[in-house]
Write a protein that binds this ligand. Structure first.
Ligand code: C5P
Length: 211
């Protein structure tokens, strides 16, 4: 059980405005992150779900904070500390632009040039934060060399576990997921499972790790 534990979950995409009507985004339905938040709450955790723009209903027992951009998500994660664990499932946009206050008009000057600025890596920053949760879990969406890339990501981000998912099929927006849990202890590969079952198993593993 996770009674008395506080867990932060990030989920969904972020939207980075270009002007008042346009944005840059990543493809993410938020389904896996919302399912994980719900499964952790079902085990008794106090869950803060920091959600990018998605059209999903909040799982029972979960405190939800809606954000739009990576910078807002980063601020919300900091504000939610301290926590016993964090599960970073959001597909955060890697770049933002300095948005135009007015709608950019199509015109004789041709297409506008977007100057991209790197967004903060919320997971890597949290893993190196003095108030780091005891267990930091990241996700990695990969289309090839899934486990090798996850191992590299584990070290680069300073996470305890990386849940690597193979997105070469119809995972994005779909209802099933094939994941590998990569940690310094090794790799655990799970069969293709409905996202709800991935969430339940992962919540059980988190409960065991925090025990
Ligand atoms: O580097 P990449 O985007 O593949 O890493 C994915 C993992 O890092 C996910 O857990 C995601 O939530 C997290 N991430 C983040 N902030 C970013 C980029 C990724 O928290 N700016």
């Amino acid at each position: 059980m996770l009674t008395g534990k506080h867990i932060i979950v990030t989920a969904g995409p972020t939207h980075e405005p270009i002007d008042p009507v346009r944005y840059i985004a990543n493809r993410s339905s938020g389904k896996q992150g919302f399912a994980i938040a719900g499964a952790l709450a079902a085990l008794g955790a106090r869950v803060t779900l920091i959600a990018g723009p998605v059209t999903l209903s909040t799982p029972p027992g979960v405190d939800r904070i809606d954000v739009e951009t990576a910078l807002e998500m980063s601020t919300a994660v900091d504000a939610a500390l301290p926590a016993d664990a964090a599960v970073m499932v959001a597909a955060v946009a890697d770049w933002r632009v300095a948005p135009s206050p007015q709608k950019i008009k199509k015109g004789a000057n041709g297409p506008p040039i977007l100057h991209l600025v790197e967004n903060p890596d919320i997971l890597a920053a949290l893993a190196r934060n003095p108030r780091r949760p005891r267990l930091v879990v990241g996700f990695a969406a990969e289309t090839e060399h899934v486990v090798d890339h996850a191992r590299a990501k584990l070290a680069r981000k300073g996470a305890d576990w990386i849940v690597a998912n193979d997105v070469s099929g119809d995972v994005m927006g779909g209802d099933a997921n094939t994941v590998h849990i990569v940690s310094t202890d090794g790799v655990e590969s799970w069969d293709k499972l409905p996202k709800g079952d991935v969430a339940t198993r992962l919540a059980g593993r988190i409960a065991a790790a925090l025990d």
